[in-house]
Write a protein that binds this ligand. Structure first.
Ligand SMILES: NC(=O)c1ccc[n+]([C@@H]2O[C@H](COP(=O)([O-])OP(=O)(O)OC[C@H]3O[C@@H](n4cnc5c(N)ncnc54)[C@H](O)[C@@H]3O)[C@@H](O)[C@H]2O)c1
Length: 244
């Protein structure tokens, strides 16, 4: 039985996560924590958690990541950072913590996106001169743009094309640079998330597209991540490790 703490438990993703854990036969909810809790069954702080746990799952806000990691390191607790929008200092804190505890960090917890990322990298290598653009679409409440997933896909392509540069949006005068990866964000309605990678030469185009139908997808992926992470040595893991 995997004993889990959910952080950001009152949010859209956190509440789905709590429900999935409570319904799972191999997992148990030790604590639901949210900084905006007004009392009741949801704790306000990790400092209030008294029961033993095997994993901490974070779907909260990137500004809380460093404090959350300090607590996880102190308690030697494997942690899944599913939150997005981190700045470089927060990314550095994630990397530093992974020297001491197992840390799973993925801007997109879906297995389908991990596969898309792998396919995009392969396509970029097979067509080294093709123009590549990424278009993502999300609901109108999303705080960060472009999405963490779009940046993750661009970084995956960059592994096959180290000289690639990222161009966020496109406006004004000036032609496209050959090794540029254009990244474009749409914000509309209640879309749970679409990512499209277009790879185009002078004679053909390939489009790789992933559509999220239900946000439960990401919580499902976090469950897979928890099953993968518990019992691993300290290190930094992501969804690519799960599909290997
Ligand atoms: N990795 C993935 O696959 C994936 C998928 C969906 C969402 N996300 C990310 O997960 C995070 C949560 O998404 P959501 O849609 O559930 O958001 P949400 O706003 O519905 O929930 C976030 C929760 O964190 C808490 N919180 C937010 N800002 C805070 C702050 N400044 N201080 C203290 N507490 C704060 C809120 O109380 C809320 O309950 C976001 O970063 C989002 O981008 C990741």
């Amino acid at each position: 039985m995997i004993r889990a703490i959910v952080y950001g438990a009152m949010g859209r993703m956190g509440s789905i996560m709590v429900n999935l854990i409570e319904a799972a036969e191999d997992m148990e909810l030790v604590a639901a924590v949210d900084a905006f809790s007004q009392g009741g069954t949801v704790l306000k702080s990790l400092l209030e958690v008294t029961d033993e746990a095997d994993v901490l799952i974070d779907f909260s806000h990137h500004s809380l990541t460093s404090d959350l990691l300090s607590w996880a390191v102190e308690h030697k607790m494997p942690v899944i950072i599913a939150t997005t929008g981190h700045d470089q200092g927060e990314i550095d804190a994630i990397t530093a913590a992974s020297d001491k505890i197992p840390v799973f960090h993925s801007a997109n917890m879906s297995l389908g996106i991990a596969l898309l990322s792998d396919l995009a990298k392969r396509a970029a290598a097979v067509f080294p001169d093709a123009d590549i653009e990424i278009v993502e679409a999300h609901h109108n409440r999303k705080a960060d743009a472009p999405s963490g997933t779009a940046l993750m896909l661009a970084n995956s392509i960059k592994e096959a094309r180290p000289q690639a540069t990222f161009k966020l949006g496109r406006a004004g005068m000036g032609k496209r640079e050959p090794q540029e990866i254009g990244i474009h964000a749409l914000r509309m309605g209640n879309l749970p998330g679409t990512h499209e990678i277009i790879i185009s030469t002078d004679t053909q185009s390939i489009t790789l597209k992933h559509e999220t139908h239900d946000r439960a997808l990401f919580a499902d992926g976090a469950m897979d991540a928890a099953r993968f992470l518990v019992g691993r040595p300290a290190g930094l893991y992501d969804m690519n490790d799960v599909i290997k």
